[in-house]
Write a protein that binds this ligand. Structure first.
Ligand SMILES: *Cc1c(COP(=O)(O)O)cnc(C)c1O
Length: 317
């Protein structure tokens, strides 16, 4: 149980993205993790800790990359897994989770419904542990491991770019940055307009629960961010940045052309902040982008997002 469930990922230099924004761009290629996203870092750590403390059954509440990662971690750790997903979760994602040996149950219309079910079921079983997709200190430590790799690879950025859903990834990155002494390097925290729960919380100065998620970047669809994410915005220069769905999809397409890797719009949002440079990146020398990846993408899905957001009608460079 000592070997981590994630792999060390490469840090790629991106000349095409450097041309787009005028700074050196380094890509932390989390899209190359075994399941296609960074999630296994934190989920792997959280699941391992629960099993060490005696859990024999892991329960998750995500039809996306987090649920997939819990299923994978449970199989690797030799415990059973049950994943509650919203009824809207596409069949291919359910199949992918079930293929890891997990029981997949549809409950409710949104993540919040599935989360409530999962919590209730976990509370009934003494040997069960609920694994939260973004709000868990063990998970943050797991995500922080990517920072140690970026430091070891020799990067010395003067800006970091990270996508924000519930904020677990951002908290992990910031934790790793402070461990490395990078206390002054600003973090561009990117969300899509229909999933802007961090942006809303920073603007209000307190946690805000969005009435609904209206973005194709479903992996960014946390209606409320983790309290710790808001706390970090008060102890570190964090710059919230919004892109629209069309920009996120355009970035997925450009990235596939430039680097031959498919990523979800959730990741495209972070890439869009570099391809169509965010004001906060002006005058920067070296930017590290967390390419968070995501398995909920395919050529046909990208084509239909492209059509639905009007990307394919516009003249792409
Ligand atoms: C989970 C996820 C995010 C958002 O991470 P949070 O920790 O919820 O902020 C972004 N991109 C992808 C691909 C994800 O799976």
């Amino acid at each position: 149980m000592d070997a981590p469930l994630h792999i060390t990922t490469p840090l790629w230099d991106s000349p095409p993205m450097a041309r787009a924004c005028g700074a050196r761009v380094l890509l932390k290629m989390e899209a190359l993790q075994p399941l296609g996203s960074f999630k296994i870092r934190g989920i792997g750590q959280a699941c391992t800790q629960r099993v060490i403390r005696g859990a024999r059954h892991l329960i998750a509440s995500s039809g996306g990359n987090a649920g997939h990662a819990v299923a994978y971690a449970g199989r690797r750790l030799g415990v059973t897994v049950e994943v509650f997903v919203p009824e809207t979760t596409p069949a291919d994602m359910r199949d992918r989770i079930a293929a890891e040996g997990a029981v997949v149950t549809g409950r409710g219309r949104s993540w919040d419904d599935a989360h409530a079910w999962a919590m209730a079921v976990a509370a009934e079983r003494e040997d069960a542990a609920y694994i939260h997709p973004f709000d868990d200190p063990d998970l943050w430590l797991g995500h922080a491991t990517m920072l140690a790799e970026i430091v070891a690879a020799g990067a010395r950025p003067d800006a970091m770019v990270v996508a924000v859903g519930g904020g677990g990834l951002m908290i992990g990155v910031l934790t790793g940055m402070h461990a490395a002494g990078w206390r002054d390097v600003p973090v561009l925290a990117v969300e899509t307009e229909g999933a802007a729960s961090l942006h809303a919380a920073v603007a209000a100065g307190e946690l805000v629960t969005l009435p609904a998620i209206e973005s194709i970047a479903t992996s960014l669809g946390a209606r409320t961010i983790a309290r710790e994410a808001l706390a970090w915005t008060r102890r570190h220069p964090v710059v919230p940045h919004l892109v629209d769905d069309a920009a996120a999809v355009r970035a997925c397409e450009r990235f596939a052309d430039d680097h031959r890797v498919l990523v979800e719009p959730a990741c495209g949002a972070a890439l869009a902040a570099v391809y169509e440079p965010a004001p906060a990146l002006a005058g920067r020398r070296e930017i590290v982008v967390i390419v968070c990846g995501g398995a909920g993408v395919s050529l046909s899905r990208l084509a239909s997002w492209s059509a639905s957001t009007g990307v394919s009608d516009s003249s792409r460079p």
